[in-house]
Design a protein around this ligand. Sequence first.
Ligand code: UT7
Length: 322
Amino acid sequence: MRAKIIGTGSFLPKKIATNNDLSALMDTSDEWIKSRTGICERHLVSSQSENTLSMAVNAGKSALENAGLLPEEIDLILVATVSSDYITPSTACMVQKELHAVHAAAFDINAACSGFLFALNTADAYFQAGIYRTALIIGVETLSKLVDWNDRSTCVLFGDGAGAAVLKASQDGMIASLQGSNGAKGDALVCKSRTNNNPYISTDASPSYLYMDGKEIFKFAVKKEPECIQELLAQTGLAPSDITWYLLHQANQRIIASIAKKLKLPLDKFPSNVHHCGNTSAASIPILLDEVHRAGKLKEGDLLLLSGFGAGLTWGAALLKW
Ligand code: UT7
């Protein structure tokens, strides 16, 4: 049995920060951000009660309603995030508690922007092994608390949000997937943990924020993501044009356009929401999936190719039938 997506959901905080709002806070401009990334605005948490858990719960509830499943019917909860509110318990266990999904096993996956794909592939592997039959997978990030708001080259890129999918074991659904990592290149995108309370170690008390070598990540993305997509297509014998929709990680419209060009496909096969969400890391693919689903664009039998890349470095792709 394979994983079939039977419901989607998402949540974006109400507060919207436009590029012009950010240019009032730092030396940047709408023109710089839009021309280099396609981003016009992003949603950001703006109160203590809005956090990684609350966004994950909202997206998860919405996906369950959409799927018509009760929380008690879920066997597995996977939350992909690098911005948990707590180190322990995991966000997945906290979501389980909030939703009363009392029969689920729950854990988090840390694969940055590829995290939702790693969660999808993990759930699919459990289904293929016959261990579980239903899963709620969530990608959620509050990167606004990790970025350095004095580093204009990164803070303008990211947004907060959550996206979720409910999976059910089925004869169809997932067709093929792949994922990979290159830890040797991990220095290009890092965020160190913040404190060491060990009395035998002198601690650097300075806060550690997210650091990104944007150019390195850009080069990695425009090379690795199309390679990954082509490898997946080769596994299945499908041509790029056979895919109905490409739902890619939403980091930068120029990266999406470059991938479309490499695959010799029109850009209208690549729905995008980076203009209003910014880069929401692990949440970006499921938020986009939910938007496309709720807009009525997905028809039974459509072939969807989901793909992304991120810190680690990590990358992944999944091909599935809707
Ligand atoms: O999901 C995680 C993956 N992350 C990504 O996908 C990010 C991938 N990288 C990128 O998208 C691009 O590299 C960026 C959008 C981050 C940067 O675009 P770029 O065309 O590579 O710009 P750049 O780094 O070459 O910066 C050009 C100039 C620099 O000024 P000088 O040194 O040429 O005078 C920067 O200081 O732009 C300056 N700059 C800014 N100016 C206005 C950097 N950030 C800003 C800013 N506003 N926010």
